[in-house]
Write a protein of this length. Structure first.
Length: 184
């Protein structure tokens, strides 16, 4: 019994303390990695939500007549030109690098695509947004909506894209989002 009490009073050996420190260090590294990944995933939610809203706004604008005020090409009726025009890239200076960009209300008043869509990002944003409408013809038109970002400022960008088509008086979009280099 005396030996057990004497052993308890001595404390821990250096080896035992080093093992505990190593275990705590490994757990800290894993926790930091997990938190960073969680934060990056939460930032990508902005792009996913914004593109979803852009698609909803595209459908709404199309149903209201959207870009139907454009001058028809030969053989096209105004009904076939109801997609909104292009929405220029905002911010126009390029993809924000590892920081949020605060757009101004006038950035979204381009007299074309963004006003037609009625889409605006009120708060600070991590991504650059753009809408491209192409191949207007008798067969219809294709459109793509992009969100591009550089979340960690390393020069590699992530890109989220949704595309759709307008054919025979109907607008359809892909059910899935194309994602390139999501967490870059």
């Amino acid at each position: 019994m005396n030996k057990a009490i004497k052993k308890l009073k001595q404390g821990f050996t250096l080896v035992e303390l080093m093992i505990v420190v190593a275990i705590v260090g490994v757990l800290a590294v894993l926790a930091i990695y997990g938190v960073r990944k969680y934060i990056a995933n939460s930032k990508t939610t902005e792009a996913r939500n914004a593109l979803g809203q852009i698609i909803k706004d595209m459908v709404t604008a199309y149903d209201k007549g959207g870009g139907g005020t454009a001058t028809p090409q030969v053989g096209l009726t105004q009904f076939e030109l109801k997609l909104c025009p292009n929405g220029t890239a905002i911010p126009s200076a390029g993809v924000p690098a590892s920081q949020k960009y605060q757009s101004k209300a006038e950035d979204w008043k381009d007299g074309a695509g963004w006003e037609c869509l009625g889409f605006v990002v009120d708060g600070p944003q991590y991504y650059q947004y753009e809408v491209v409408v192409a191949q207007r013809s008798l067969a219809g038109a294709n459109y793509k909506a992009f969100a591009r970002g550089d979340l960690n400022g390393d020069g590699n960008t992530s890109e989220f894209m949704v595309q759709g088509i307008e054919r025979s008086g109907a607008i359809m979009h892909s059910s899935s989002m194309s994602v390139t280099n999501e967490l870059e």
